[in-house]
Write a protein that binds this ligand. Structure first.
Ligand code: PLP
Length: 411
């Protein structure tokens, strides 16, 4: 019989739009629908809404509104930061530093720039997914024009030492410092001055705002060339009539996030901690991926040995539970997650990974339902696994963790 209960645990992929956000957007579609470049009252009202949104988005990161440039989302903001700085500073240098665990919006852009002759250093991470600021220092050269390292990882939730990396970059080079804060902004405090950033990417649909809108923070004085040419919108950094309803929705979502951030963190953390504890207690050969404490309050990422992540996902879905086996962009592909591999998780273990990200709409009851449901799914799947049969019979099943090492992701 079809399960009627539905539990959404994929907030790192996207979030539902907050009802207050929908209400605000409605007004800018039905009444204040003018083009913000028009001088008549319809245009002026749209512009006013957009400028208010700029203030709201800026306030959640400690920036000034004229440093906020709206884009079509996190992907475009990442591209604008990396390509825009690379092209804008070509005469200064040709070297970019990033990490092996970035979102593909950064990694694929860097790979593309390599084909154009730029040199890119992909820094390794430790077993928890963290970049060592000292590795950043060692990689800097007089030709380094950009360091781009995310604030927190979208798959495993590990929070990077962003402020420390920023200090290293500023003390030792002329490079600009960009962070992709798509998963962090609205979920965890981020302040552009505390983090010493020159550029920062944020996205609306991860913080209960609409899809298709994001922003790039560009510190005053930072030189960047645009990706799009056309009108002089967004002070010539991003041509094209602004998507006003999305932008005002993003602004409202940022305002709500700022007003409720402490409660949001406490709520998510309580659910996350119960979910981790319940799963560790009920499922053997299960390990937590990512940092045990330096992790986003909404992120649970586990590897369950002897089962496939995709099989768990499908079975959870049949029970009404929505999760992810990696980042939304790579699910559906059979490649193990580049993030887990960079952390040294063996490919067989990476294949059994599951990401569950909680949100404001989840309850403790939802979490108890998952803690009841997942162990039973794992038990059924393992009953069909020859590797697991060998394991419990004590036969020679090769250890899935490298010999002689404590399990890298136990907490
Ligand atoms: N960067 C990170 C870390 C993300 O998690 C995502 C989305 O999953 C993006 C960038 C892309 O953002 P958007 O979906 O707004 O294009």
């Amino acid at each position: 019989m079809a399960e009627s209960r539905r539990v959404y645990l994929d907030h790192a992929a996207t979030t539902p739009v907050h009802p207050e956000v929908v209400r605000v957007m409605d007004h800018y579609m039905l009444e204040a629908f003018g083009n913000p470049s028009s001088i008549h009252s319809f245009g002026r009202e749209a512009r006013k809404g957009m400028e208010e949104a700029r203030e709201q988005v800026a306030a959640l990161m400690g920036a000034t509104p004229n440093e906020i440039f709206f884009t079509s989302g996190g992907t475009e903001a990442d591209n604008l930061a990396v390509q825009g700085v690379a092209r804008g500073r070509r005469e200064v240098g040709d070297h970019i530093i990033t990490s092996a665990v970035e979102h593909h919006a950064i990694l694929h852009t860097c790979e593309y720039l390599e084909k154009e002759g730029f040199k890119v250093t992909y820094l390794p991470v430790d077993r928890f997914g963290r970049v060592d600021p000292d590795d950043v220092r060692k990689a800097l050269t007089p030709r380094t024009i950009l360091v781009t390292i995310m604030a927190a990882n979208n798959e495993v939730g590990t929070i990077q030492p962003s402020a420390e990396i920023g200090r290293v970059v500023k003390a030792n080079s002329q490079a600009y410092y960009h962070i992709d804060a798509v998963q962090t902004y609205g979920n965890w405090p981020v302040n552009v001055d505390d983090l010493h950033v020159d550029l920062m990417t944020v996205s609306s649909h991860k913080i209960y705002g609409p899809k298709g809108v994001g922003a790039l923070y560009i510190r005053k004085g930072v030189k960047i060339v645009p990706l799009l040419f056309g009108g002089s919108h967004e002070r010539k950094r991003r041509a094209g009539t602004e998507g006003v309803p999305g932008i005002v929705g993003f602004g409202k979502a940022a305002e709500i996030a700022r007003e409720t951030l402490d409660q949001r963190i406490a709520h998510n953390r309580a659910l996350r901690d119960r979910l981790i504890a319940g799963l560790l207690e009920k499922i053997d050969y299960l390990t937590l991926n990512g940092h045990p404490t330096e992790r986003l309050p909404n992120n649970v990422n586990v590897s369950v040995e002897f089962v496939e992540g995709e099989s768990m996902l499908l079975n959870l879905d049949l029970k009404g539970i929505a999760a992810s086996s990696g980042s939304a962009c790579t699910s559906g592909s059979l490649e193990p997650s580049h993030v887990l591999l960079a952390m040294g998780v063996p490919p067989e273990v990476a294949h059994g990974s599951l990401r569950m990200t909680v949100g404001t709409d989840n309850t403790m009851d939802d979490i108890e339902y998952v803690i009841e449901t997942l162990p039973e799914i794992v038990r059924r799947l393992r009953a069909m696994s020859p590797l697991y049969a060998d394991k419990i019979k004590g036969r020679a099943a090769a250890p899935l963790t490298p010999a002689g090492e404590e399990h890298p992701h136990d907490v």
